[in-house]
Structure formats: structure tokens, C-alpha cells
Design a protein around this ligand. Structure first.
Ligand SMILES: [Zn+2]
Ligand SMILES: [Zn+2]
Length: 107
């Protein structure tokens, strides 16, 4: 188990407007590990941009990590899900229902 202690946004000069974020994790041995991640990378659980690194790492969004919906803040899972795949299915269905109507502005 590693603990996240900080995250910050770093600008990547010369790389368009792609912004990477840095998250600092603390290992049990007392070492700090800095991980760079893309806040727009899709969460492995809900498929939405991760936005922030979570305790579970930079591949899962903080909301899925906590098991809560990013829109309604309700808990996704009942605790009766039998597998990880089932949990992910429950989360995806919930997100689909909760997701606000997307206003797509073609530019
Ligand atoms: Zn997620
Ligand atoms: Zn919801």
C-alpha cells in the first residue's frame, strides 16, 4: 500500500496544450515516488477522464477508487457484487444514467 501525498500540475512546454500532472506517492519504506500522468486519460473503471490521481493510482479516478459516483456522490456498489467485472459493469451503468447531457460544441 502506498500513500498519495501530493499532486500538482506541470506544464509541458513545447507539447501543444497537453498538460501532465504529477502525483507524489509515499511508500511504506518512506520513499517518495513521483508519477506523471495525464488527467484526461480514461479511468480503467468508468472510462471517464481520471482528472486526479487517486490512492489506487493514476489509472483509476478518485471517485471509482472511493466507490462513489462523481455526479451524485452516491455509493456505486452494494457490496454484493461477486467479481471485479461485475463491479465495473455496475459502475458503468450508473455513470451512463447519471452523466449529464453532453453539450457537444463542434469547433
Ligand atoms: Zn472512474
Ligand atoms: Zn450517480
Amino acid at each position: 500500500m502506498i500513500l498519495k501525498i501530493a499532486s500538482e500540475v506541470i506544464d509541458m512546454p513545447g507539447k501543444g496544450n497537453s498538460k501532465m500532472k504529477k502525483a507524489t506517492y509515499h511508500t511504506l519504506e518512506g520513499k517518495a515516488i513521483v508519477i506523471e500522468y495525464d488527467e484526461n486519460a480514461p479511468c480503467i473503471c468508468c472510462g471517464l477522464p481520471v482528472v486526479e490521481a487517486s490512492m489506487g493510482g493514476t489509472k483509476i479516478c478518485p471517485w471509482c477508487d472511493m466507490g462513489r459516483c462523481r455526479y451524485c456522490r452516491e455509493l456505486f456498489l452494494t457490496g454484493h457484487e461477486k467479481s471485479r467485472a461485475e463491479c465495473e459493469a455496475v459502475i458503468r451503468i450508473h455513470i451512463e444514467q447519471c452523466k449529464p447531457e453532453e453539450t457537444v460544441n463542434e469547433r
